[in-house]
Design a protein around this ligand. Structure first.
Ligand code: G3H
Ligand code: ZN
Length: 286
């Protein structure tokens, strides 16, 4: 069933596991992630970046595609469709109007007061419709679609600011940038666990870990123990599915039937997602 993230994340925080946000980029991603969730009996969040939405044909198409697959596959686990890194109030409203059950407003590049004001506007609309909202503070390094943050621009979230933003905006979950990176990590991730603990104690809401690809399991478990209830993964599915396409085409260079290499790519995504769900502890928590 299509639901907001609110209840799934509160339950996850309470029971000390994290729900995965797996970004979708096309039909095969959506199929793979929904089937993985059903087989694992896990709640799931389909993350949709603005770039991915544009690529796929818009918010409305994504909602309709997801609903049709939920019906076709008889998906019974909770599913949220979430706008990832929403860049403006208008984009968030467009996603909500199209049927998204959750949105992220990413005002992390604005001064604190502006970020709070913008987030508040989104929350006012979203909550009147039963839609959940995620906000961000600090700046996550790396690249996701058109969102590029350099090493010089990256910043760790400041706990006192996080407390203020959460209190003022009443968001449902919150993403403090604490050293995680969008895309592949250069070297070992250096996550700010002390700050994470402090932010959790000050805000007491489900925390979100962006840049979930390539973080060692020990760090994932530590983040969950400190209140992380949502972990975003995109790059790892892209790497695994593309690797599978390369293998298949290297073995049979004469292949031209799209389904014969996209099918295996889809299987790779499904397997990757299932492993993540077990690592995040969300299996059998639907
Ligand atoms: O918002 C999406 C995520 O933070 C994805 O990060 O591509 O590094 O897995 P990732
Ligand atoms: Zn992100």
């Amino acid at each position: 069933a299509l639901v907001s993230m609110k209840q799934m994340l509160e339950k996850a925080k309470e029971e000390h596991y994290a729900v995965g946000q797996f970004n979708i980029n096309n039909l095969e991603y959506t199929q793979a992630i929904l089937l993985a969730a059903q087989e694992e009996n896990s709640p799931v969040i389909l993350g949709v970046s603005e770039g991915a939405a544009k690529y796929m044909g818009g918010f409305k198409l994504i909602v309709e595609m997801t609903k049709a697959l939920i019906e076709e596959y008889k998906i019974t686990v909770p599913v949220a469709i979430h706008l990832d890194h929403g860049s403006s109030f208008e984009k968030c409203v467009q996603a909500m109007y199209a049927g998204f059950t959750s949105v992220m407003i990413d005002g992390s590049h604005y001064p604190l007061e502006e970020n709070i004001a913008l987030t508040k506007r989104v929350v006012d609309v979203a909550h009147s419709l039963g839609i959940s909202v995620e906000a961000e503070l600090g700046r996550i390094a790396g690249q996701e679609d058109d969102l590029i943050v350099t090493e010089l621009e990256k910043a760790y979230a400041i706990p006192a600011e996080c407390e203020l933003l959460v209190k003022e905006t009443k968001v449902d979950c919150f993403a403090p940038a604490l050293g995680s990176v969008h895309g592949p990590y250069k070297g070992k991730p250096q996550l700010g666990f002390d700050k994470m603990k402090e932010i959790m104690e000050l805000t007491n809401i489900p925390l979100v870990l962006h840049g979930g690809s390539g973080i060692p399991l020990g760090d994932i478990q530590k983040a969950i123990s400190l209140g992380t209830a949502k972990i975003n993964v995109n790059t790892e599915n892209q790497i695994m599915s593309t690797k599978r396409v390369r293998e298949v085409l290297a073995e049979k260079p004469e292949m031209y039937d799209t389904r014969k290499f996209m099918g295996p790519a889809r299987d790779a995504i499904k397997e990757t997602v299932k492993v993540k769900m077990r690592e995040f502890g969300s299996s059998n928590k639907a």
